[in-house]
Design a protein around this ligand. Structure first.
Ligand code: ASP
Length: 414
């Protein structure tokens, strides 16, 4: 990480100060201030979204083209999936234990709380549906939506095709895509310089628009989720870094502070993706070969914070309704929470909308359940910020661990 120059010139400090200023502006200005500053955040998120598709495409194609289709690609794929499942399951188990221990739903007073209207987000039907969505019938259309899983799938195949060309065209194509990737990284670095201004706009809007009545009613529930997410972020993932990657968690956390802060402010792993990719390569020192594989897919598929939330949220709703879920039902919740986190889009509130998938698996449905989810939505933003930060941090831990296991020594040097 760049540690030269006065502290206030460093981007993560500027982002941190912007957050504090945003909180102050939101508290003092309330709803009235929102229209005059919210556009700064919206503009910044648009800039981030602008770079996502080309950055991810160039990154994956150049990464996979240089790895080739052989055993090496299979090994990377295996390690990546293994890490995704392991880290998400650990997160879910923490959520399960905490909600069973604290039982925040037992005394929750949802009568005073305000419900909110659920946004329209696509919920996947199940594993086959997810598989179908991965294969685009029209790759330009997939990129235009953007449907990231489909884009990733096409780019991996295209990279493999390049790797299997004869020497001359292979080198031409590989050089073209790695040069394109460098150019996109430069562009991303330029966009990131506006992060403090964007973060100020985003945080002012959240704080200015949020009412506090619902927070009181669901206080214990929020604390339970926050405790679970903290355990995962500050205990479980650091342990994985130490034992699987021989990496100093403190150094890794410090290196990743910018993407974490951005995930927190935007509530979107997708919007944070360009910054995550760039930071892992430039600050943490992971090769493009590994980041291009672990990160774009991880942003859409590996969501530890969301997985924890799905499980904890469903158990909470059952507690509010006075229903005791059996051990077998809780096991179903664990598995469907994993699936739901894989299927959740990398955008704000996706985790809460997709909770219906898990609720359905244990027969929790009907107007009462919908009303409770609506109430949960009213207080979802801060939890979403926190779980998105966990989602992004977990992806970065996976990339660092896998890079180490592939023999990359320059990872997370202080
Ligand atoms: N907002 C989260 C993300 O983008 C998903 C969620 O709502 O849990 O990672």
């Amino acid at each position: 990480m760049q540690l030269t120059g006065p502290w206030y010139m460093r981007l993560h400090w500027q982002v941190f100060i912007a957050m504090l200023l945003g909180i102050a502006a939101g508290l003092l200005g309330g709803e009235a201030i929102v229209p005059s500053v919210a556009w700064l955040g919206t503009l910044f998120v648009r800039l981030l979204k602008m770079v996502i598709v080309p950055l991810v495409a160039f990154s994956i194609i150049s990464g996979v083209a240089s790895v080739g289709a052989g055993a090496s690609l299979g090994r990377l794929f295996g390690k990546t999936l293994g890490y995704y499942v392991l880290s998400s399951l650990l997160a879910i188990i923490v959520g399960l234990l905490l909600v069973n221990l604290i039982r925040p739903g037992d005394g929750a007073n949802l009568v005073d709380a305000e419900a909110a209207v659920l946004p329209e987000l696509e919920t996947p039907g199940g594993p086959t549906d997810l598989l179908m969505r991965m294969v685009p019938v029209n790759v330009i259309d997939a990129a235009a939506r953007p449907d990231m899983l489909a884009v990733i799938f096409f780019c991996i195949l295209f990279g493999i095709a390049i790797a299997s060309l004869p020497k001359d065209p292979r080198e031409t194509m590989t050089n073209f895509f790695s040069a394109g990737f460098e150019a996109m990284m430069k562009l991303t670095s330029g966009v990131i310089r506006f992060a403090p201004i964007g973060v100020f706009g985003l945080i002012t809007k959240v704080v200015g628009l949020t009412g506090f009545a619902s927070f009181k009613a669901l206080g214990l529930y929020m604390l339970t989720i926050a405790a679970g997410l903290s355990i995962h972020m500050f205990l479980t993932l650091p342990l994985l870094l130490v034992f699987l990657g021989r990496i100093n968690p403190r150094v890794h956390f410090r290196n990743m502070i910018e993407p974490i802060a951005l995930a927190f402010s935007t509530s979107s792993s997708g919007a944070t993706l360009p910054v995550t990719l760039r930071t892992l390569e430039k600050e943490v020192g992971v090769s493009n070969r590994v980041t291009s594989f672990v990160i774009p897919m991880g942003a859409t598929v590996n969501m530890d914070g969301t997985a924890l939330y799905e499980c904890a949220g469903v158990l909470f709703i059952a507690q509010v309704l006075g229903i005791d879920l059996t051990l077998a039902q809780q096991a179903i919740v664990v598995l469907t929470a994993l699936l739901a986190s894989i299927g959740a889009a990398a955008v704000p509130s996706a985790g809460l909308v997709i909770i219906f998938l898990v609720l359905d698996a244990v027969n929790l449905r009907g107007p009462e359940v919908e009303a409770i989810v609506g109430t949960m939505l009213a207080i979802d933003r801060p939890l979403d910020m926190f779980r998105t930060a966990v989602n992004v941090f977990s992806d970065s831990c996976g990339a660092a661990i896998i890079a180490r296991s592939e023999g990359e020594e320059g990872v997370d040097i202080a």
